[in-house]
Design a protein around this ligand. Structure first.
Ligand code: NAP
Ligand code: F7E
Length: 340
């Protein structure tokens, strides 16, 4: 049987690792680009590296900012499908390293597109775009028609790659943008807010004497389950024609609501006192202060409200998210993925 060949940039990350597992299950040969790192960054790939799928899984050292390397890998692998997930994906950090963020997220995408074009690789390309593009507009709900108003170096770099993909799409390449709203999992990086809250709450439950320091409690996000969302990356590349699609749960919650849910589940219900940087979260059962505000985590500009309308994806790729925020929190607390 002839296997399809996929190349994933960002394979060591949250989404890259789930996508690799999904594609291996679908009988693909999967190639992934990993960065050289003095620390082991293959933790998310443990399932694959310890499984029978290992022989269909290939890792290449590389970097999305290195076009020589991209040319070499593409000409060797000749993929049918490419998933560009590599990114400096942290919004808060992007304010501190804007140039680096653009090198990776914007120019990296350009180098990949040019390599595909120059080598005449006949493939389909998925670009991981983001709801951060919407910024603070007055729309209550965001879809493919909503104007973009990016407000961070991260979202500006992602708008560049979004536009590039459209440009190459109009030149005849099968290239498309998944406009992904936040999605989380046990593999979420430790400094993103959901994982940070859950890990701190678990340590506090285990008697660590610490407070959880957070930034803006009132920002709202539309959170889904990463393992579920990667399936729709693949589905977008199975369409006859490239389409940009919003992928979102259609529900939004504040960071504060997320904190309340997590601490309730761990039997440490929270009552809130004070305002602004003096607001604190207190364990109702023993009156201990568990949560404080640390202005370090405030962003230069905050994106206040994300809520996605995935009607187009529902129609075109039968997008149907099943995991609710409560289930997602359970999965992250248990640190155990579920079958989707
Ligand atoms: P992630 O966990 O931060 O993974 C990012 C991946 O990119 C890692 O494998 C990282 O490698 C790799 N990478 C970083 N810089 C690179 C470079 N210069 N060259 C090659 N690889 C590089 O991110 P994620 O949550 O899986 O997100 C996947 C993609 O979706 C990203 O493009 C992100 O911007 C986008 N996105 C994510 C969300 C979300 O809620 N998760 C929402 C919208 C869009 P190392 O392991 O070496 O660091
Ligand atoms: O922040 C607030 C913070 O860093 C969520 C990336 O995957 O999704 C992600 O970006 C919210 C923000 O994710 C802390 O101000 C409060 O409003 O978990 P986050 P993000 O910025 O939404 C988008 C769609 C992407 O594309 C990105 O790649 O939580 N918040 N206190 C905090 N955030 C963090 N990180 N840490 C805090 O202590």
């Amino acid at each position: 049987m002839k296997h399809k060949i996929a190349l994933i940039t960002g394979v060591t990350g949250q989404d890259g690792s789930y996508l690799a597992e999904f594609l291996l299950n679908k009988n693909y040969i999967v190639h992934g680009i990993r960065r050289i790192n003095s620390n082991n960054n293959l933790n998310n790939l443990t399932n694959i590296l310890n499984s029978k799928y290992k022989r269909r899984f290939n890792l290449h050292y590389g970097d999305i900012t290195d076009s020589t390397n991209l040319h070499k890998i593409l000409s060797r692998v000749k993929p049918h499908e490419i998933y560009n997930l590599a990114a400096q994906s942290h919004v808060h950090v992007s304010f501190q390293i804007p140039e680096y963020t653009h090198n990776v997220n914007a120019l990296g995408c350009l180098k990949l597109l040019e390599a595909i074009k120059n080598l005449k690789i006949n493939c389909k390309l998925y670009q991981a775009s983001t709801s951060e593009l919407f910024g603070n507009n007055n729309n209550k709900i965001q879809n493919e028609q909503t104007p973009f108003k990016p407000i961070s170096p991260y979202s500006i770099s992602k708008l560049y790659s979004y536009n590039l993909i459209n440009y190459y799409m109009h030149q005849g390449m099968f290239a498309c943008n998944g406009i992904l709203f936040n999605h989380e999992s046990p593999r979420r990086g430790n400094s993103f807010v959901t994982q940070k809250i859950i890990n701190a709450a678990l340590r506090i439950k285990n008697n660590s004497n610490e407070t959880l320091n957070l930034g803006n409690l009132y920002a709202k996000r539309d959170w889904g389950y990463a393992k579920e969302y990667v399936k729709y990356m693949w589905k977008m590349l199975q369409l006859k024609n490239p389409e940009n699609l919003v992928i979102a749960s259609g529900k939004t919650y504040s960071v504060k609501e997320f904190v309340n849910k997590v601490f309730n589940k761990l039997d440490m219900p929270i009552k809130w006192h004070g305002k602004g940087i003096n607001e604190v979260g207190i364990n109702k059962k023993n009156n201990k202060i568990l949560i404080k505000i640390d202005p370090y985590y405030f962003r230069k500009i905050e994106l206040n409200n994300l809520l996605g309308d995935a009607s187009k994806a529902k129609k075109l790729i039968k997008f149907k998210p099943k995991v609710s925020l409560d289930q997602l929190i359970d999965i992250m607390i248990e640190k155990k993925d579920i079958d989707i």
